[in-house]
Design a protein around this ligand. Structure first.
Ligand code: ADP
Length: 171
């Protein structure tokens, strides 16, 4: 049984993440989606919200692909998380060259921490390659259409969240 770990912040989960998830399912029998708790990115969505959104998508893709998908929040080191969930493979998505440098360093560091864990990079379909959670949040904040970047329930959550942030009293 080959287990993979797909870690990220998922703030929020996008169609780009979803594309990578589907591809990862062709490589492993069991996929754990690691949702980062202690992220210095100061997420817009709480851990619970991010986990729930990822779970909904994971359930659907799991059914479609026959891969067992589970969601695991983590705040420890990535390799420790991989050891915890029994994953020998870490899945990462690569978008542009800008992702490469950070990922390159991370692989080097993770390899020196645990040489038994391999990192695999996947690229999304051209249609989804440019999607980044950060930009999706910005578009939603400014009232733009995010329907081509995220699932409808995620888009609704984004608009709701931005209304709450802009109008905390709810008046
Ligand atoms: P992180 O905080 O680890 O960067 P993200 O939630 O931003 O987490 O992304 C999780 C993983 O998904 C990363 O490997 C990231 O490169 C990948 N990813 C996100 N969006 C895309 C996309 N549009 N195409 C390919 N990979 C993506």
């Amino acid at each position: 049984m080959k287990t993979g770990l797909y870690p990220g912040t998922f703030d929020p989960v996008t169609l780009g993440h979803e594309d990578i998830l589907k591809r990862a399912c062709t490589l492993v029998d069991r996929l754990v989606i690691g949702v980062a708790i202690n992220t210095d990115k100061q997420p817009l969505f709480s851990l619970d919200e991010r986990v729930r959104m990822v779970e909904t998508i994971g359930r659907r893709i799991g059914k479609e692909s026959g891969t067992k998908i589970s969601v695991h929040p983590f705040s420890n080191l990535l390799v420790q998380c991989a050891e915890e969930v029994g994953a020998r493979v870490i899945i990462r998505g690569l978008r542009a060259v800008s992702d490469f440098e950070y990922e390159y360093q991370m692989v080097g560091m993770n390899r020196s921490l645990n040489a038994g864990i391999e990192t695999v990079f996947l690229m999304a379909d051209a249609e989804y390659q440019a999607i980044a959670s950060r930009l999706v949040k910005e578009i939603a904040r400014l009232g733009g259409d995010v329907s081509r970047f995220v699932e409808p329930d995620v888009a609704a959550a984004l608009y709701r969240k931005h209304r709450m942030v802009a109008n905390p009293g709810g008046q």
